[in-house]
Design a protein around this ligand. Structure first.
Ligand SMILES: Nc1ncnc2c1ncn2[C@@H]1O[C@H](COP(=O)(O)OP(=O)(O)OP(=O)(O)O)[C@@H](O)[C@H]1O
Length: 255
C-alpha cells in the first residue's frame, strides 16, 4: 500500500471543507487535505494565498467558520492550540519567537512540564541532539541567533515525538549553510522517523526532494494538487503566479 493510499483511506490528519472569514473578508474557502504517517505535503502559493491562515486553523489558533479538522479519526476542530499540541500536532512558525525573559534551561523545563506526566531531561537532550542544538542552560533565550532560536523551539517540539508537524517556512531567516542543515533534519524526520509533515515552503528544489504531494493555494482556495511536476505544469498555477510575482520566477525555481 502506498503512502497516498494510506492517507486516502485512513489519514493521520485531515481537514475537510475549511472556510474562514477574517475582518469581514473570506480568507479560506472549502480547503480539504489529508496526510498519512511519514507523508510530506508541501503547500505553495503566491503571497496572501492563505497558507499561514490555513495553519492557524489546522493548529487551533483560529476557529474556522465551517469545516472540520480530524486527527487519528477524532474531530479536533474545537480543540485549542495547546490541546492539539498535547495530542501530538506540532507547529513551527515563520518567525521563531522565544520567551525573552527565560534562559534556555528555563524554556526547556517549561516545555517538559507542559506535558503530563512531565517529560525528563533525557527527552530534552534527545530532542536537542536531533537538531544539533548545544544546550547552554544559563544563556538568556533572547541572546540566541535565529538558527539557535529555531533549534530551541524544535527541541521543545521534538522532545515529545509528535507524529505530525506543521512547518511554516522553516528556513526563513537562515543563511545558506544553515538552510542545508535544516533541510537534512526535515528529511530525517519524515523519511527515517515517520513524522508526517505539512510544510509551507517556497523553495521548489526542497519540495522536489521531500514532498510526496504538493498543494497549491491562491486567493484562499486550492487550485491544484498532486505530484510536484504535475502541479508545476498546471495552467492554473502558472496563471496564479504570473498574476502575483515577477514573471518567470516559478519557472526559474523549478529549473
Ligand atoms: N487577522 C486578519 N484580519 C484580516 N485579514 C487577514 C488577517 N490575517 C490575514 N489576513 C489576510 O488573509 C490573506 C491571507 O494571508 P496569509 O498570511 O494567510 O497568506 P499567506 O499565503 O500565508 O501569505 P505569505 O506567503 O505572504 O505569508 C491576506 O490577504 C491577509 O491580508
Amino acid at each position: 500500500m502506498t503512502k497516498t493510499q494510506v492517507s486516502a483511506s485512513q489519514p493521520l490528519f485531515a481537514c475537510s471543507d475549511i472556510s474562514l472569514d477574517l475582518g469581514g473578508r473570506e480568507i479560506l474557502r472549502k480547503i480539504s487535505l489529508a496526510v498519512g504517517p511519514g507523508e510530506v505535503l508541501g503547500i505553495i502559493g503566491p503571497n496572501g494565498a492563505g497558507k499561514t491562515s490555513l495553519f492557524e486553523v489546522l493548529s487551533g489558533r483560529i476557529a474556522p467558520k465551517s469545516g472540520t479538522v480530524t486527527f487519528r479519526g477524532k474531530d479536533v476542530t474545537r480543540l485549542r492550540l495547546h490541546e492539539r499540541a498535547r495530542l501530538g500536532i506540532g507547529r513551527t512558525y515563520q518567525t521563531p519567537v522565544v520567551p525573552e525573559d527565560l534562559t534556555v534551561g528555563e524554556v526547556l523545563k517549561a516545555a517538559r512540564q507542559a506535558y503530563r506526566p512531565y517529560l525528563t531531561g533525557d527527552h530534552a537532550e534527545w530532542g536537542a541532539e536531533l537538531v544539533r542544538f548545544k544546550i547552554d542552560s544559563h544563556k538568556p533565550a533572547s541572546r540566541l541567533d535565529t538558527l539557535d532560536r529555531r533549534k530551541l523551539l524544535l527541541t521543545c517540539l521534538l522532545m515529545r515525538h509528535p507524529p505530525l508537524i506543521l512547518m511554516d517556512e522553516p528556513a526563513a531567516g537562515l543563511i545558506n549553510s544553515e538552510v542545508d542543515e535544516f533541510d537534512d533534519l526535515i528529511r530525517i524526520l519524515s523519511k527515517e522517523m515517520n513524522v508526517a509533515i505539512i510544510i509551507v515552503e517556497h523553495r521548489i528544489e526542497l519540495l522536489a526532494t521531500i514532498a510526496d504531494r504538493v498543494m497549491v493555494m491562491d486567493a484562499g482556495e486550492t487550485i491544484s494538487e498532486g505530484a510536484l511536476d504535475i502541479v508545476l505544469n498546471d495552467p492554473r498555477v502558472h496563471a496564479a503566479y504570473f498574476e502575483n510575482v515577477v514573471e518567470g520566477s516559478l519557472d526559474e525555481e523549478a529549473a
